[in-house]
Write a protein of this length. Structure first.
Length: 95
């Protein structure tokens, strides 16, 4: 975190979004029902989710850093949504 007010840097936020995606992928691989997957998805992308918490720091960044962090956030959200769809497809094929 940067020295000013404990605010994460743009690089730290980008890394956090990348970790978020990896954490989600690891967690969803063991789930066997759509309900479980949707609950985990909400913990990551919901209004009180981990991604939302990270996005709250976006406004504290310099305007020059915001686009790169926003892109990382979008990539994380897209990867999580794609992982859910892929896993649901796997379950539908197995069932």
């Amino acid at each position: 975190m940067s020295a000013t007010e404990g605010t994460p840097t743009a690089q730290e936020l980008i890394a956090a979004f990348e970790r978020l995606t990896a954490d989600f992928a690891a967690e969803i691989g063991t789930l066997a029902t759509e309900l479980d997957m949707r609950a985990v998805q909400a913990r990551y992308l919901g209004r009180k989710g981990r991604a939302t918490d990270l996005m709250k720091s976006l406004g504290k960044l310099s305007p020059a850093d915001r686009p790169s962090v926003g892109e990382a956030a979008n990539r994380a959200r897209d990867a999580i949504e794609q992982a859910v769809q892929a896993r649901l497809g796997e379950l539908a094929g197995a069932g």
